[in-house]
Design a protein around this ligand. Structure first.
Ligand code: WNU
Length: 143
């Protein structure tokens, strides 16, 4: 994956060039088809994803509903899967591919920790964001 795309990902924009080059080196690309589950709620997860092409929907089991409820859709440049890595918890929502030929950049736990751990502002930002997601989950009565 090239550096130009990575810079367009807001999350990576603040990384110094040298660090960015390292992150880019350890990215792998995975391909998904419409309807495919990229992440399943309740499963263990060790990867972080950035959408390079396509679209995904986020759904979650919710009190009072038989089916997981749709929370939001994410597109190119958006990322997901950080919560299980940061909270050391199982996956807290489903991520379902919503467009054929969706491409995601995949970062494993070690590389995620390297990427985030060495960059304090990013770490603080993600931690805060993950706490906000937990509050949103409670408000929605997620199970
Ligand atoms: C939400 N509640 C929960 C999203 C992506 C990145 C950021 C929002 Cl910084 P995971 C399931 C993933 C989870 C999040 C993503 O789903 N997610 C949410 C929510 O309201 N998860 N619990 N919205 S999209 C999103 C903010 O990435 O990480 O590893 O797997 O638990």
């Amino acid at each position: 994956m090239n550096i130009c795309f990575s810079v367009s990902v807001s999350l990576l924009r603040g990384l110094p060039e040298e660090k960015l080059a390292k992150v880019v080196d350890c990215l792998e690309v995975d391909y998904f088809e419409k309807g495919e589950y990229i992440i399943r709620e309740g499963e263990e997860g060790n990867t972080f994803f950035i959408i390079a092409k396509g679209e995904v929907i986020v759904t979650q089991s919710t009190e009072g509903f038989n089916e997981p409820q749709e929370i939001k859709t994410l597109g190119v440049g958006d990322y997901f899967g950080e919560k299980a890595l940061i909270s050391e918890d199982v996956r807290s929502a489903n991520i379902i591919c919503n467009e054929s030929e969706t491409h995601c950049l995949v970062v494993d736990r070690d590389n995620f920790n390297q990427m985030v751990g060495t960059y304090e502002e990013l770490q603080a930002y993600l931690k805060e964001y993950v706490e906000e997601l937990s509050r949103n989950d409670e408000r929605r009565h997620a199970l």
